[in-house]
Design a protein around this ligand. Structure first.
Ligand SMILES: *Cc1c(COP(=O)(O)O)cnc(C)c1O
Length: 472
């Protein structure tokens, strides 16, 4: 596909040697181009919120990499092997064995998607008044921690909050900051550390193996558990393989296993790494935590051998998990994200650096430096990109951050970003070119652009359904 975008893993270069995806296309899905007047009407009707657009009105859909991957022929074939028994489906046992093999945890509870698993672990472990430190918040993760009565405290390294800082592992936990939190609130108030690899809200930034190893040692001293958001852990492993000494010759699967071995369990949105359109799981080592979660799952999701999924979904998830761990797959997945990142970088468009695993994050704070954060610059940037070309992206700034439950004020995150998320195995290099050119056009027109005012605000996870109007 592209050339010289992943030099470390391409081996020696003699002149131009391109790489290409390790698959070919067997089926296509037509997408529709719209006119500018059509898009103007659509975004107005959607309240300037890209989550409220109809997908039929979207040309290139970079809203999310969640559930938007193309499944392989094997996964589609797997759907035909669904065992739709209410209890004890064959596909559950296949999935359980696959998760144990790749992630190494003892017990598995399937859930309909990631937030189902977040709900279970939060309800199982958090008591009102507890504190959950983590390497930057994630929207649904923190929401479930708060609904269980906990308070999230950010302990990611300071570099993560600076979009231009080139630190290779911007997802790392600041262990001094964490230890200060432990000393301040007491270890008995901390049910677990909420660790994510890669860190979505920081720009898909990885955690190093050295950091998780040191985190484990620190938590052992205080008797605190570590639970992992494994949603993009295979992508995290790619960065460890590329950047961390001693891991260049290890396959991604081995790196994932070692990383997970420093944690007590994980929740997973299989709609990301695992290449399925729906699915998730919670996996833990502790027998008692498993017992609680397996009991809760029947209340909220479904029986513990299907957790809200059809048997065929579990089969596709097991196959997708195996495919997600293949080095060739990951190289082309992250290579495509980098290709887009390099086009934008060449044009001096401010994006989060280094480019992370699943998306390009446009730095709306710098692009729209004249729009104050309470006029939602990233929300407007996403709307402008849609107006220009029909490309759909999403806001990751003050709207996503929501309000502080204690004060009721907006939380003003230091990162005010627009995410161009690349679905896995879906778009071509030409789609990336069109995307980059549209970003450039919007960037060039930045001075004429004004902010937004929020005219409807839902109570929970407001970014999904909030509505806006342009400031005249
Ligand atoms: C998507 C996501 C979740 C939630 O998973 P869903 O499948 O959307 O419910 C949790 N954590 C991270 C890091 C995610 O990206």
């Amino acid at each position: 596909m592209t050339h010289e975008v992943v030099p470390q893993t391409m081996g020696q270069q003699f002149g131009r040697r391109s790489w290409a995806e390790p698959w070919k296309i067997k089926m296509v899905e037509p997408i529709r181009m719209t006119s500018r007047p059509e898009r103007e009407r659509a975004i107005r009707e959607a309240g300037y919120n890209t989550f409220l657009l109809r997908s039929d009105d979207v040309y290139i859909d970079l809203l999310t990499d969640s559930g938007t991957s193309a499944m392989s022929d094997r996964q589609w074939a797997g759907l035909m092997l669904g065992d739709e028994a209410y209890a004890g489906s064959r596909n559950f046992y296949r999935l359980e064995e696959t998760i144990q093999r790749y992630y190494g945890y003892k017990h598995l509870v399937p859930t309909h998607q990631g937030r189902g698993a977040e709900h279970l672990i939060s309800q199982a472990l958090i008591k009102p008044g507890d504190v959950i430190p983590g390497n930057m918040y994630f929207t649904t993760t923190r929401q479930h921690q708060e609904l269980a009565g906990g308070t999230f405290v950010d302990v990611i390294i300071a570099e993560a909050h600076d979009p231009a800082d080139p630190h290779p592992f911007k997802g790392n936990v600041d262990l001094d900051k964490l230890e200060a939190v432990i000393k301040r609130v007491g270890a008995d108030k901390i049910p677990y550390i909420s660790l994510a690899g890669t860190v979505n809200m920081a720009g898909g930034q990885p955690v190093s193996m050295a950091n998780v190893r040191a985190l484990r040692a620190l938590c052992d001293r205080y008797g605190i558990a570590v639970y992992l958001d494994a949603t993009r852990m295979a992508e995290n492993a790619f960065f460890i393989q590329e950047r961390e000494e001693g891991y260049a010759d290890l396959p991604i699967a081995a790196i994932v296993r070692e990383f997970c071995s420093y944690t007590d369990g994980a929740w997973m949105s299989a709609k990301k790494d695992s290449l399925v359109n729906i699915g998730g799981w919670l996996a833990v080592n502790d027998d008692e935590v498993f017992d609680t979660a397996r009991n809760l799952v029947v209340v909220y999701e479904g029986l513990h051998t299907y957790g809200g999924l059809a048997g065929r979904d579990m089969e596709a998830m097991a196959i997708g998990t195996e495919e997600s761990m293949q080095d060739d797959h990951m190289r082309s997945r992250i290579g495509q994200v980098r290709y887009l990142g390099e086009l934008l970088t060449d044009w001096d468009i401010p994006i989060v650096q280094p480019v992370g695993g699943h998306a390009i994050f446009l730095d709306a704070k710098r692009i729209y430096a004249h729009i104050p954060q309470n006029q939602f610059p990233a929300q407007m940037l996403a709307a402008q990109l849609y107006l220009d070309s029909g490309i759909r992206s999403m806001e990751r700034g003050v709207v996503s951050a929501g309000r502080d439950p204690a004060t009721g004020d907006h939380r003003y995150p230091s990162l005010e970003l627009v995410r161009l998320t690349i679905p896995r195995r879906v778009y071509t290099q030409a789609h990336m070119d069109v995307t980059a050119e549209s970003v450039k056009a919007v960037y060039d027109a930045r001075e004429q652009t004004r902010g937004l005012t929020m005219v409807y605000e839902p109570k929970y996870l407001r970014f999904f359904q909030a509505r806006f109007e342009p400031i005249a």
